[in-house]
Design a protein around this ligand. Structure first.
Ligand code: GLY
Length: 356
């Protein structure tokens, strides 16, 4: 199944394919590529980079593989710097395609490298996690973290193609698979009551990674995200909705220490905290929504209570949110499922979001 992200001359397809990542090769060759650099990490690389490289070579695309250490803790300027040096050393020209094979961290770092080397090389995302398939690979956000905050350095840089080979989810560790489902819940909340009901119906199968349950859910999330990005590429409007759960979530992720809570786990906790906070202030028209989502999140195997953590550190991290504008932060709020608003929250009252 193909979903189009419609952005004028930067439009591209998101292909959702039942096979593995290697099936991307003819599509990359069809883009006119003759050389490629696969960027991956030391966990995904041994599983999938070799087969993608071999498939590209069979399609007459000369390909090298560049690998960096896995994990959010390595989504740094130092990793980006080493990566761009290796890409340049591989002998690239402006037609060389950068192919990100991996999860959200790989896609974000590889994308920022693609945006930077020679001021921009063609870029293909081959997401291998649920999180990357439903969220981070689509829409052109690329970035690295700073010790003080998530994704504080980066660029909007759209890929030429996204290829989600669902067979790669079979090798995904259970904790990573479940963490990605937090972005799925977020997507349902911002856009689609019927998707939320589907998640409730299939929660047990989704938690176990059943491909037949995952495929339609991933396809629906991609379609929702593609539509939002098409109408607001650079987050001046509705795209901010996709940050539901991320104001608190990023704060928790940074304060816990990158990699302690997985991004999706922090987003699940952040979504619950933000739903309760919005409900306590009467913004949500549905008082049952927060408990309903808590039940779903628990059934999906995601955490529902914040681990022991210094709330001052969480608040400090939240203050550095990219959505800050002067003394306020713009926070997306669910009025009811599929109906969103954005509330300016004074930075000095952010703590209330952690204690509602
Ligand atoms: N992950 C949120 C966005 O792409 O806008």
């Amino acid at each position: 199944m193909d979903v189009k992200v419609v952005l004028g001359e930067r439009s591209y397809d998101v292909v959702i394919d039942g096979g593995g990542p290697a099936a991307v090769a003819p599509r990359i060759a069809a883009l006119g590529a003759r050389r490629a650099v696969i960027v991956t990490d030391d966990v995904v690389g041994p599983l999938w980079a070799g087969v993608v490289r071999d498939a590209l070579v069979r399609c007459n695309v000369a390909t090298v593989v560049v690998t960096f250490p896995h994990g959010e803790v390595n989504k740094t300027l130092a990793t980006w710097s080493a990566l761009v040096e290796q890409i340049v050393a591989a002998g690239v020209d402006r037609s060389t395609v950068i192919v990100a094979v991996g999860g959200g961290v790989v896609g974000d770092v590889a994308g920022f490298a693609a945006a930077s080397v020679l001021r921009g090389l063609p870029f293909v995302q081959v997401p291998t996690t649920v999180l990357a398939m439903v969220d981070s690979s689509v829409g052109g956000k690329t970035a690295v973290n700073l010790p003080t905050g998530k994704n504080l350095v980066g660029a909007f840089y759209q890929p030429s193609l996204v290829f989600a080979g669902l067979a790669s989810l079979a090798t995904l560790p259970a904790r990573e698979l479940v963490a990605g489902l937090a972005e799925v819940v977020k997507t349902a909340l911002i856009a689609d009551e019927s998707l939320l009901r589907l998640l409730e119906r299939d929660a047990d199968r989704l938690r176990l990674g059943d491909p037949e349950a995952l495929a339609p859910v991933i396809a629906r999330c991609v379609a929702i995200k593609a539509a939002i990005v098409a109408r607001d590429e650079r987050e001046t409007g509705d795209r901010i909705w996709l940050n539901l759960g991320h104001t608190v979530g990023h704060g928790l992720e940074v304060a816990a220490g990158y990699g302690t809570l997985l991004h999706g786990e922090a987003v699940a906790l952040g979504t619950l905290a933000e739903l309760r906070w919005a409900s306590a202030r009467g913004w949500s028209t549905n008082a049952d929504l927060a408990p309903r989502v808590a039940r779903l999140v628990a059934r999906l195997g995601l955490p529902t209570s914040v681990p022991p953590i210094d709330l001052f550190a969480v608040e400090a991290a939240m203050r550095l949110d990219k959505k800050a504008a002067g003394a306020t932060i713009r926070v997306p709020v669910v009025i009811s499922v599929g109906h969103m608003t954005v509330v300016p929250v004074p930075i000095d009252s952010l703590r209330e979001m952690l204690t509602s």
